[in-house]
Design a protein around this ligand. Structure first.
Ligand SMILES: *Cc1c(COP(=O)(O)O)cnc(C)c1O
Length: 225
């Protein structure tokens, strides 16, 4: 699939055009495999929040770009043995999906830093190929996160299946919004529902996404590793 690359301002306009009044949607620029110079160029246009998938690659870029004071989100699967580096490097981890990871991130978040913002990743279409917890596991995982002062539960993240049928895609987004509303009713700091990418961010926003993760549409095709 080839996607048209758009400017940051034009993407922001497209997002605003489909957002509900008074409910701004945040844009996370997904910069995995992109060089630090490409990130700095987007930051110079005003973009603050960046999403990365690979802990080692990200940690190097985060260090290189430290002077820009950007906000870094881990959106790739996190192995427990990388939890320490992740807890030191990122402001948000969007892929928390099991109790062991909750404990590891809480243990390794440095005391000098503010609490680590976390999202619970939900495998909303129950795909074997995807990480994320089951919807029924969200309440217990949320309680585990909320029990740690070094972590702050901010909401949910999902990567729904790219069904060809619009109504099946919409159904997954709508189920996620239902889970998010239930979570927000129980946990004070929950304000973020991360869903929607280059190809489907407008549909995700229509269903109630509060943060879209856009890579290809902003940066163009990713370099191969
Ligand atoms: C790569 C990635 C994105 C961005 O995908 P694009 O199609 O390039 O916009 C969003 N979310 C996650 C979890 C990703 O891994």
């Amino acid at each position: 699939m080839s996607l048209q690359t758009v400017s940051l301002a034009s993407l922001q306009q497209q997002i605003d055009a489909v957002s509900r009044p008074g409910q701004p949607v945040r844009l996370l620029a997904v910069s995995k495999l992109q060089p630090a110079a490409a990130i700095a160029a987007l930051a110079a246009q005003g973009q603050r929040a960046f999403g990365e998938n690979y802990v080692q690659e990200a940690a190097a870029k985060i260090q290189e770009l430290a002077a820009l004071a950007l906000e870094w989100h881990l959106i790739g699967h996190l192995q427990s043995n990388k939890a320490e580096v992740a807890a030191r490097s990122f402001h948000w981890v969007q892929t928390v999906d099991r109790p062991k990871l909750v404990e590891a991130l809480a243990r390794h978040r440095p005391p000098a830093l503010p609490p680590l913002n976390v999202l619970i990743q939900v495998n909303i279409d129950d795909e074997d190929s995807k990480h994320g917890c089951q919807p029924a596991q969200v309440p217990a995982l949320a309680e585990a996160i909320a029990a740690h002062a070094r972590l702050r539960l901010r909401g949910l993240m999902a990567i729904p299946a790219p069904f060809p049928e619009r109504d099946r895609r919409q159904a997954a987004f709508t189920r996620m919004r239902g889970l998010f509303d239930a979570l927000a009713a129980r946990h004070a700091h929950v304000d973020t529902l991360s869903m929607g990418m280059s190809s489907d961010f407008a549909e995700a926003i229509a269903a109630g996404s509060t943060m879209v993760r856009v890579g290809t549409a902003l940066f163009g095709q990713r370099p191969t590793p």
